[in-house]
Design a protein around this ligand. Structure first.
Ligand code: FAD
Length: 390
């Protein structure tokens, strides 16, 4: 087999595989790892307990690793805090029963200081209904194997692909629909890669590690899935760099000056990275899309499809998978909003408005994709070797 299986330009993108791997390893991955650990980026506001709008609840995953531990109130950054509203002890218990993982389902309007509440036409989430929302510390709830599998999981993926985003034979349909398919497939690959990199090897000993057979079986043996992962990474990276004006001046205040300055500094290192600008200044060229005669109608149609995909995340029957599913679909929706919310105008950055949660989702999604690209690059050859021997 080739020592470098993927070479040349990433399909529909402007950078080649080798450059992406080098940039990711040397620049993007280290910055993103630090960024997502900062107080601003590690707390995600989520509505985790919604009814599925498409079919009756088909039973939650019962495994311990499915459940999410939310933030105890004393863990929030200072500016997120609010007066205690007399929650009962039951409200403050995490399903896993760990004291540090208590639940607080109330929210402070202060958490949105300096941030607007603005609709995202690409997603289904209603961010205004604070009563049902909660903060989750993403660092305490890593995306990894949960044991969520079988008909419930299959039904979601089938609905995502079949109802909303049919698998078009390449070239037969317009480029825009292919982009949507590739984004979903790239996200799916990334989720599978995280299952493979954080796998429960021995439940009785609570032993976690890598499962390279799973990596091969679910991702590597289908080169398209690897290509779609790289495509999605570059697409989201382009959205982040396109939103530079907004992200540079956004409010990262969490009440701890030194940590907040560090957050700002990391954001700038990401946005103004000389290596990135030299090697891959335009990761994806969005100006090529929606140029056909029926561009506006097509955009509306695809927007509706993506909103359906976003709504489907409420049907994911495992809390932790739902958390990361919601976050990453919101991240993709945010990337779509940044790249396409103003019809092909170059100066759209001036009117771009993002919600706090959108920014958190976007950056955490980019980090997840970056982790997946790194894992595939580093472990791919070994996983292929193991599969050859079997
Ligand atoms: P699945 O991954 O369920 O795939 C179903 C079918 O989709 C495949 O047979 C194939 O035809 C197609 N397919 C697979 N990958 C791709 C791709 N990249 N591109 C195009 N088509 C593809 N499980 C966890 O353990 N941890 C999680 O954090 C987690 N998060 C999830 C989040 C969401 C939103 C969903 C819907 C599921 C999540 N799951 C998670 C479940 C996990 O994704 C799988 O569904 C489960 O492990 C069963 O895998 P499978 O082998 O049946 O194939």
């Amino acid at each position: 087999k080739d020592s470098r299986k993927y070479s040349g330009l990433v399909e529909d993108c402007c950078c080649d595989y080798e450059t992406v791997d080098t940039l990711n390893e040397e620049v993007l991955h280290p910055i993103l790892q630090d960024l997502v650990a900062t107080p601003f980026f590690r707390y995600f506001k989520a509505k985790l307990w919604c009814d599925c709008p498409f079919w009756p609840d088909d039973g939650m995953c019962r495994l311990r690793d499915c459940s999410v531990c939310e933030c105890p109130e004393n863990e929030y950054p200072e500016t997120f805090k609010k007066p205690f509203r007399g929650l009962s002890v039951d409200d403050l218990k995490c399903q896993e029963g760990k004291p540090e993982a208590a639940v607080d389902r109330t929210l402070d309007s202060k958490a949105f200081k300096g941030w607007v509440d603005i609709d995202n036409p690409w997603t289904n989430d209603d961010e205004t209904d604070n009563a049902e929302m909660t903060y989750v510390n993403l660092q305490l709830n890593p995306e990894r194997y949960t044991g969520y599998t079988g008909p419930s999981a299959r039904r979601i993926w089938d609905a995502v692909y079949t109802e909303n985003c049919p698998k078009y034979p390449s070239g037969e349909f317009c480029q825009e629909k292919r982009v949507l398919y590739k984004l979903i497939s790239g996200l799916h690959s990334s989720i599978s890669v995280h299952i493979a990199s954080g796998y429960l090897l021995d439940e009785s000993r609570d032993l976690w590690g890598q499962n390279l057979e799973l990596l091969y079986d679910r991702v590597l043996r289908y080169p398209d899935r690897v290509r779609n992962l790289y495509f999605t990474f570059l697409f989201v990276l382009r959205a982040v760099t396109k939103a530079t004006d907004f992200l540079e001046h956004a409010e990262y205040d969490t009440g701890n000056l030194s940590e907040d300055l560090e957050t700002q500094s990391l954001v700038r290192q990401l946005l103004y990275n000389p290596k990135l600008q030299a090697a891959c200044p335009l990761p994806f060229d969005e100006a090529k899309l929606w140029q056909g005669q029926n561009g506006p109608e097509l955009k509306q149609e695809i927007q509706k499809q993506f909103r359906n995909i976003s709504a489907l995340m409420d049907c994911v029957g495992c809390e932790k998978c739902r958390l990361w599913g919601k976050l990453q679909v919101l991240g993709l929706g945010t990337a779509l909003k940044i790249l396409f919310s103003v019809d092909g105008q170059d100066h759209m950055n001036h009117s771009l408005q993002l919600q706090r949660n959108e920014v958190i989702a976007l950056v955490n999604l980019l980090n997840r994709l970056s982790e997946s690209v790194k894992f595939v690059k580093e472990m791919g050859p070994l996983a292929e070797k193991i599969s050859d021997k079997q």
